[in-house]
Design a protein around this ligand. Structure first.
Ligand code: TXA
Ligand code: MG
Length: 315
């Protein structure tokens, strides 16, 4: 058993933990991240150890502002436009890495690109600014488990062995949208909290989607990734007896374990509730969690993506 972590009580406290080369979880507007100094390979290694992440996948580097981001990547006019439109916010840009930027090779997994994001959560930006360097952070969950959207979920997921800077519940509840920028080409590598139509509105044209086996694949794209314990039955018009039910829209008449992602059928509310409600229904220990159909528009693209991954049978 690992000892119980001393949880930081302030941004400065958390920055101290990161400065000594340890990991510290912190809130972003999307999900909680398991952070480490992105320029310190020993610290970044601890992210992989803590998560039990089986292979070295590139990590997102979180920056405090555009000036910091510009020290690590080259911004084409197109990248600048997207950054100006959506940062701070739930968008990760995969851009050409600046040589000798000082970023750990473990963060980029040796690629010549880097995933950058300026989080929308003020405390997250304050923490990065206090450290003065980017914070590498995947979602703060053991590999293969649901992403946490509250400090309590992070503490539980790691048996309280990981320090957590409590930043309240995450406002969006889904991971960032990831776009790769290559010259004039924009490819969506992962659907996420920034809906595709908002991006296409700014660009004025449709964006491509990465093929499932594209050379650059995000591990969020591994087929079974957000796997809770109980199998999921998607697009269920109604729950069967014995199942738990995750509803969306008008409240169904059902006696079993029931949570409603959004009685008003609001996709923003549903995204915010998705991971925590799945975790709560999973804790009911039912054989199956039935899930109501979710429209595929706007944030529904990312919600359905996460549900499909969570529904893939595990070995
Ligand atoms: O909302 C989020 O994005 C959260 C919060 C903590 O910021 N983070 C997150 O990290 O979801 P993670 O590690 O679960 O997912 C990061 C994704 C991975 O799928 C990784 O493959 C991709 O970003 N990625 C990072 N750098 C990349 C690169 N240079 N090329 C391609 N994909 C990259
Ligand atoms: Mg993750």
């Amino acid at each position: 058993m690992k000892p119980i972590a001393r949880h930081p009580q302030s941004v400065e406290d958390a920055a101290d933990i990161l400065r000594t080369g340890d990991v510290c979880a912190f809130a972003t507007e999307t999900v909680y991240g398991l952070g480490a100094d992105a320029t310190n390979s020993d610290a970044v290694l601890k992210i992989y150890e803590t998560k039990g992440r089986p292979r070295f996948n590139p990590l997102i580097s979180h920056c405090a502002d555009i000036d910091m981001a510009a020290r690590y990547a080259e911004f084409s006019p197109l990248a600048k436009k997207l950054a100006a439109s959506f940062w701070p916010g739930p968008l990760t840009l995969v851009l050409p890495l600046r040589k000798n930027s000082g970023l750990s090779d473990l963060v980029t997994a040796g690629l010549d690109t880097v995933g950058l994001r300026i989080p929308g959560h003020e405390t997250a930006r304050a923490l990065i600014a206090a450290l003065g360097k980017p914070i590498a952070a995947p979602s703060a969950n053991p590999s293969g488990k649901l992403s946490p959207t509250s400090a309590e979920q992070v503490r539980k997921a790691f048996a309280d062995a990981v320090p957590v800077l409590d930043g309240g519940p995450c406002s969006s509840g889904l991971e960032s949208t990831i776009l790769a920028i290559d010259g004039d080409t924009v490819t969506q590598l992962r659907a996420g909290a920034l809906p595709r139509d908002a991006i296409e509105d700014v660009l004025g044209h449709p964006i491509a989607t990465a093929a499932p086996n594209a050379a650059i694949t995000a591990p969020g794209m591994l087929k079974s990734h957000y796997a809770p314990m109980s199998p999921l039955r998607l697009n269920a018009a109604a729950p069967n007896p014995g199942e738990a039910f995750l509803a969306f829209g008008p409240q169904p008449d059902f006696n079993g374990p029931l949570l409603n992602l959004s009685p008003a059928a609001d996709l923003t509310e549903a995204a915010r509730n998705l991971f925590s409600y799945l975790a709560r229904l999973d804790a009911e220990g039912r054989a199956v969690i039935a899930i109501a159909p979710i429209p595929d528009t706007g944030l529904g693209e990312a919600i359905n993506d996460r549900l499909q991954r969570a529904a893939v049978p595990r070995p």
